[in-house]
Design a protein. Sequence first.
Length: 292
Amino acid sequence: MATTGFPPQPEQDGQPGKEYIMHPLPQSLNPDYKPSNKLLGKIALVTGGDSGIGRAVSYYFTLEGATVAFTYVKGQEDEDKDQTLKMICKLKVEGAKDPIAIPTDLSYEENCKRVVDEVIDVYGQIDILVNNAAQQYYTTNIEDVDENRLERLFRINVFSYFFLSRYALKYMKRGSCIINTASLVAYAGNSVLLDYSSTKGAIVAFTRSLSLQLIEKGIRVNAVAPGPVWTPLEAVSLPPHELAIFGSQVPMNRAAEPYEIAPAFVFLACNVCASYITGQVVHPNGGTIVNA
Ligand code: NAD
């Protein structure tokens, strides 16, 4: 279980961050988790599935019987991608198909379309879309946030959620679902994550509005808003003095491991568990009470 505060991390060459060089290593699987075929026969696409929360979601979906396709950023995340693919192959249940890892930069609409096309080419269907990719930059001053930076961040953190949903929906049937990764900072704010927290607020509004648009089609749209979780996103973007207190801002006074967040995605993805839930946000955040 992760604690409060982490040591300085090895320097990384930009975002997205690499998990395999972090110390301590994030934990993606809880050995006490007992799967029960909740997603048997489903095809899931998870963006940013090579590491962190996306890796844990890919593992838990696989344990629950789904076939998983995940995206990663080539050149930055190859080692994490290899480790994730290897583990998914090990966890795969009988009848599930082999996983695929799709290299891409999701900042662009055409790439989002290509990713969906590849999933359809390989599996012929898509039942669950998890929009999870993101970057995050530390800033204490709004002066640091210029047009380029703001546009780039919204492209990755928000535009890709729109575009992937748009293209995946062409193939989704009644009973399919979309799950977006939001964040506690969309609700609580964060003075040093100004542009990032703004993208997460947009994701909450996107989730609510799209859910209403898709009610008639029988497609559910929900979000998960984690609190602090020990992942490459934090290791690569927070300065040492912030890492030293990471997790202390929530009532449980510690950060989560990715495996503590993934079951919320399983719950929302599973029609037997969440058939009456759409437009909602689940809050695995260490006890912070939020008003929505
Ligand atoms: P992570 O670094 O493991 O995952 C982020 C992923 O985004 C990467 O794996 C990468 O593949 C992908 N990505 C980044 N830039 C991309 C690009 N240009 N094109 C395609 N993919 C790109 O970190 P994480 O913390 O697991 O992040 C997963 C999600 O969880 C994010 O949406 C993040 O905002 C959210 N979140 C994290 C925390 C936390 O404390 N770690 C808290 C709340 C929400």
